[in-house]
Design a protein around this ligand. Structure first.
Ligand code: ZN
Length: 183
């Protein structure tokens, strides 16, 4: 009996030249959504808005990223985790392309991501204002306490456990908490 012509070709060994990429961009996005930020382990690099684009070619995958805070030490870890996270699923080589413009902003975080942040006990960043491509560093409006949702909060320090977080105090529930800085 003859095999049907359009069957999958299991005899094709991995790494052999093919006309089509072995993986789709959607599949790569899904895997990247499992790569968590080392400083905020409830948020993936996708939820944070770090991953800007994914391109799949016959010779590999290109992930376009925009770093969060400049000089953020976590970026090296994030880059490593992206490459190794995809390699763990047989996706390689992975090229990282870093795009600095437009600069990353906390506005790229989805509402779902901000909700996860609050559930984790970190105040979500407020909206930012951008003029002529410059990011306004001032936080707009009061920071909401992640525990009791009170806006009666004060800033205790601009630097928390990591450079991207600040320390606040809630006058209502008398608890200190960290906030993700809006940039
Ligand atoms: Zn509170």
């Amino acid at each position: 009996m003859r095999e049907p012509a359009l069957r999958a070709r299991p005899e094709r060994s991995e790494g052999s030249p093919t006309d089509e990429p072995a993986v789709t961009a959607d599949a790569v996005w899904e895997l990247l959504d499992q790569v968590m930020d080392p400083e905020v382990p409830v948020l993936s690099v996708v939820a944070l808005g770090i991953v800007r684009d994914v391109r799949v070619d016959t010779d590999g995958v290109t992930v376009v990223i925009t770093p969060t805070y400049s000089g953020c030490p976590a970026m090296q870890v994030i880059e490593h985790d992206i490459v190794s996270g995809l390699a763990a699923h047989g996706i390689e080589p992975v090229r990282l392309e870093t795009v600095f413009n437009p600069a990353w902003t906390t506005d790229w975080m989805s509402d779902e991501a901000k909700a996860k942040l609050v559930a984790y006990g970190i105040a979500a960043p407020g909206k930012t204002e951008r003029d002529d491509g410059l990011v306004t560093l001032t936080r707009r409006g009061a920071v909401t306490c992640p525990y009791c949702q009170s806006t009666k909060t004060t800033v205790k320090s601009e630097f928390g456990s990591t450079a991207c977080k600040s320390i606040h105090y809630c006058e209502s529930c008398k608890q200190p908490f960290e906030g993700f800085k809006a940039i």
